[in-house]
Ligand binder design. Structure first.
Ligand code: IPE
Ligand code: IPE
Ligand code: MG
Length: 249
């Protein structure tokens, strides 16, 4: 039985988020430049997108560049931005053909114009895709997003659009960049680190975490299915007891 056949299609994580880490170390281990690792990382994205469609996952959010990544050497940032333009432009037709719709989250005002343009074109071209929503977190960080939401909530309170006493958890969710998305059910991090690196802090309040030593360029369909199977072996209790969860079924 293949890993894919072992997946219980009635208990799929509907939203999977991935911290794609380990490109640099993958390259270093092979005596290559870090940029080679990033290039190989794009191939891994293609494989995982195909696997997500095949498994009927509804939303896949990929952490591609954090606001902290702006502190990397200029040469690496420039290379990454060029790679994004190249990959987004090259993949748009296939994404469209495969029914993938693209969205982005993050502080896009900091991105070079060429990246924003490539991204906007891709979002427009793929807007009718119904098989998978692929969300790219670009120049994203959770603390940036929460500060941004706070500024907008405060501004709406001042304008009288919102009452302070009406601010609930649901209100905060509506002011986040992920307002149209369900919370991730499964968060995968490749590359061996066991940290969240400023990614979807609010949204991952009840996500299941899956860490793997595999560097992102080596992550493939099988690795993705393995993570889903691991997720399916867990019991999500949301604060309740096992007995309550069993009797709720
Ligand atoms: C992840 O790989 C890609 C980005 C953060 C852009 P890294 O570049 O962080 O690779 P390591 O962690 O140095 O191996
Ligand atoms: C997290 O990877 C960000 C992305 C994968 C885009 P980093 O490599 O930047 O994470 P830290 O800084 O080591 O935690
Ligand atoms: Mg890293």
């Amino acid at each position: 039985m293949s890993l894919f056949e072992k997946i219980d299609h009635h208990r799929l994580p509907s939203h999977i988020a991935i911290i794609m880490d380990g490109n640099g170390r993958w390259a270093k281990a092979r005596g290559l430049e870090r940029a080679e690792g990033h290039r190989e990382g794009v191939s891994a994205i293609r494989k995982v997108v195909e696997a997500a469609i095949r498994a009927s996952v509804q939303t896949l959010t990929l952490y591609a560049f954090s606001t902290e990544n702006w502190y990397r050497p200029a040469e690496e940032i420039d290379g990454l931005m060029d790679l994004m333009v190249y990959a987004i432009t090259k993949e748009t037709a296939d994404l469209k053909k495969n029914g993938v719709s693209i969205a982005s989250i993050g502080d896009t005002s900091r991105l070079p114009v060429k990246v924003r343009e490539a991204l906007d074109t891709c979002i427009r071209e793929t807007q009718d895709g119904r098989n998978l929503k692929l969300v790219i977190a670009l120049s994203y960080s959770s603390k940036w997003e929460l500060a941004e939401a706070t500024r907008r909530i405060t501004s709406d309170v001042i304008k009288g659009i919102l009452k302070t006493e009406d601010i609930s958890e649901e209100t905060i969710g509506r002011y986040l960049t992920t307002s149209k998305l369900s919370d991730p059910d499964l968060l995968i991090r490749t590359g061996g680190e066991q940290r969240i690196s400023n990614f979807l802090l609010w949204q991952c309040a009840y996500a299941e975490f899956y860490f793997t030593e595999t560097f992102w360029p080596d992550f493939d369909e099988e690795a993705f299915y393995k993570a889903i199977l691991d997720y399916q072996g867990r019991q999500r209790r949301y604060g309740k007891t096992s007995e309550q969860i069993e009797s709720d079924k």
